[in-house]
Design a protein around this ligand. Sequence first.
Ligand code: XIL
Length: 336
Amino acid sequence: PPGLATHARAKGRYFGAAVKSRQLREDAGFTQAVAQECNILVQEYELKRGTTEPKPGQYDFSGADQIIDFAQKHDMRARGHALVWYAAQPKWLEPALQAASDRGRRKLMTSYITTAMPRYAGRIQEWDVVNEALEPNDGRADGMRADSMWMQALGEHYIDIAFHTARETDPRATLFLTDYGIEHDSPRCERRRTAMLKLLDRLKARDVPIDAIGIQGHLKPYKEEFNERRFADFLDQLRGYGLKLEITEFDIADIGGPPNPAKRDSEVASVGRAFIDVALDNPAMQAVLCWGLSDRYSWLSNYKDYKWPDGQLSRGLPLDGSLRRKPLWDAIAAAF
Ligand code: XIL
């Protein structure tokens, strides 16, 4: 039976997932499912700098290479995640930044962009240039993430420099700003949506070459409410900047839901359907990627706020732990 990629392609769109190279090396059944369901792929961690540049200037792209080779072999698009982020950075970086001159600090950021992008030119079509620039809760009045080493080293202009460098390095790539915590109907998300729009006003005024916004889409329906109209309005506002849109890390935390897994699956599917319906309703929305494809490998099963205390798998992805299609799979297929 046709996979989600087939449903997406019929609408001129993409469906995909984050994967680890080890899954592709060691799990044939899972790999087969990826080939069937996806027409776009992203690395779950293997292009994060903490993995690729363990020592300054010493790179290891072996994991990412395997994922990109797989994508190419299966005619899939590929995303690169992520060039500039506050997290998952090598240990040597922060002290190096603190010791550097202004020029040195810029170089410490741009060197990763000018190394990773050319390596995959023409094979990675879209890059998360800056991931998670916004303040998580309360903090800076302007809504910019205060604990980002880049914000501290270079000020908000780090975003300008990153996008200009990325554009020059691979002019064909689609350049993304990605963030989370803008999906729900809560005061926190409301604040972060406003901060995102204000940031875009400033970036546009400064002619920063940004092409698209990635909404991560980590839903947690049992902790924060989702409201279709408010989310639709926000996506429209983003589109108003002339930006393309993607859902880049979709999954649903089922912690706090009913104990019966079948009941939970159906609730998860209905919230997922509402979310993806709104997303795909927007003409600028190009792709939906899940953060993992099967519950077998969901990061949610191990993440502090989302995991079940009894160790059972989180059930927030389209395929269950045995690679069977869940109601969420049907919901996504129907939404396309
Ligand atoms: C997560 C990975 O899934 C985990 O395996 C890792 O331990 C931490 O990072 N937002 C992002 C992703 O942009 O890179 C994160 O991925 C999930 C939240």
